[in-house]
Write a protein that binds this ligand. Structure first.
Ligand code: PMP
Length: 391
């Protein structure tokens, strides 16, 4: 009987109010939501095929083309976080047995290589020590020797704080029959990126970094060259959810009648539209310029406080995510906990950089002089307290 079925009592924890303390997010993401974006999260839902929502999707597509700097028709957002963008890119661009070359200068190049090997591809890597980037010469040598089908580069390597230069790679890929794939999850809006000028065949990003929106969508774009390769695959794409041609139809990228593919995360699409609108109002180049200008101030504060950036070559530093060396004898975790106790998040290293560095993200609205002064001030105070203890 129904009374027997409901004999278990509901979890007491769930009946209490959810606790969400205020927090300033200066880690590697998520960043804080801008007010205009947060406001969209309580707007009423629309049906995902209602004309008003279709218009919101279409505006969002234009915004994604604007921030990626691309005319690519197949430009949309995958439902899911940055990893969904990565999976969508790889599962469409690669077939079992293809050759995949990954630039591995930190965790993300390793992650992409792992996905490609799960997909049955032959994988090779070009590496550089942590805190450094690979050179075009090294990459060109690997591409001409290995003749990969796809070359993966993470522009903003968030595990080390390096901005991998992208110039010339597109041409080298195309001269050797490879597609050029770029991860801009941690870099888009923080450092220059021009998809069409760089000859990028597929780029993806995420909502929760410079865009200051909640995690849950991965903006992505495929060049005509990439779409041609997808159309001429000999095996069908193994994933329905991530099928680029199906997703492209759903987002209005082709001339066909729009088909139901899945239910878009309506509220998250509202947030992404608001995030793109904020960038459009400031201007994408102006947004990038602001990150570049404010990060100089952060470097100045580090210097004044006797703290050292992990990435030695200033040209290779990501202007929205700074890695800082943990001084000898100081416990990184104690320092991070100290800041967390004051409602401010910074992070430690990731993968091979654990214990060696802190990571301080200044994404979007958090790229602001007053906020930078606060977070570096707190960091320096927490470090100095412990430095004094040593002597
Ligand atoms: N690529 C990079 C460069 C990232 O920094 C991240 C997340 N920090 C990802 C991919 C994966 O994104 P997500 O956590 O949103 O799945």
């Amino acid at each position: 009987s129904p009374s027997k079925m409901s004999s278990r009592s509901p979890p007491a924890e769930l009946l209490q109010e959810m606790v969400v303390p205020p927090r300033q997010l200066f880690g590697p993401g998520p960043s804080n939501m801008a007010d205009a974006i947060a406001e969209t999260q309580s707007k009423n839902l629309l049906g995902h095929l209602h004309p008003e929502f279709v218009k919101i999707m279409s505006d969002t597509r234009l915004g994604i083309q604007y921030v990626f700097k691309t005319q690519n028709a197949y430009t949309f957002a995958v439902s899911g976080t940055g990893h969904a963008g990565m999976e969508c890119a790889l599962v469409n661009l690669l077939e079992r047995g293809d050759r995949f070359l990954s630039v591995e200068i930190g965790l993300w190049g390793a992650r992409a290589a792992d996905l490609a090997s799960r997909m049955g591809c032959e994988v090779r890597k070009v590496t550089a020590p942590h805190g450094k980037a690979v050179t075009v010469e090294e990459l060109e040598k690997a591409i001409t020797e290995f003749k990969p089908h796809v070359v993966f580069v993470c522009q903003g390597e968030s595990s080390t704080g390096v901005a991998q230069p992208l110039e010339k790679i597109g041409d080298i890929c195309h001269q050797n029959g490879a597609l050029f794939l770029v991860d801009t999850v941690a870099s888009l809006g923080g450092t220059p990126f021009d998809s069409d000028a760089l000859g990028v065949d597929c780029v993806y990003s995420a909502t929760q970094k410079v865009l200051n929106a909640p995690p849950g969508l991965a903006p992505i774009s495929f060049s005509d060259r990439a779409i041609q390769k997808i159309r001429s695959r000999s095996q069908r794409v193994a994933s329905f959810y991530f099928d680029a041609l199906e997703l492209g139809n759903y987002w209005g990228c082709d001339q066909e009648l729009k088909r139901y593919h899945h239910t878009a995360p309506i509220s998250t699409v509202y947030a992404l539209r608001a995030a793109l609108q904020a960038i459009a109002k400031e201007g994408i180049d102006e947004t990038i310029e602001r990150h570049h200008k404010n990060i100089q101030y952060l470097y100045e504060l580090l210097k004044n406080n006797n703290l050292e950036p992990f990435v030695e070559d200033e040209k290779l530093r990501l202007p929205c995510l700074t890695t800082i060396k943990v001084p000898e004898g100081v416990d990184w975790k104690d320092v991070a906990s100290d800041l967390m106790g004051q409602g401010v998040e910074i992070a430690g290293g990731l993968g091979a950089t654990v214990g060696k560095i802190w990571r301080v993200g200044t994404f979007g609205i958090n790229s602001d002089r007053a906020k930078i002064e606060k977070v570096i001030g707190l960091l320096a105070a927490a470090v100095n307290k412990r430095r004094k203890k040593q002597v």
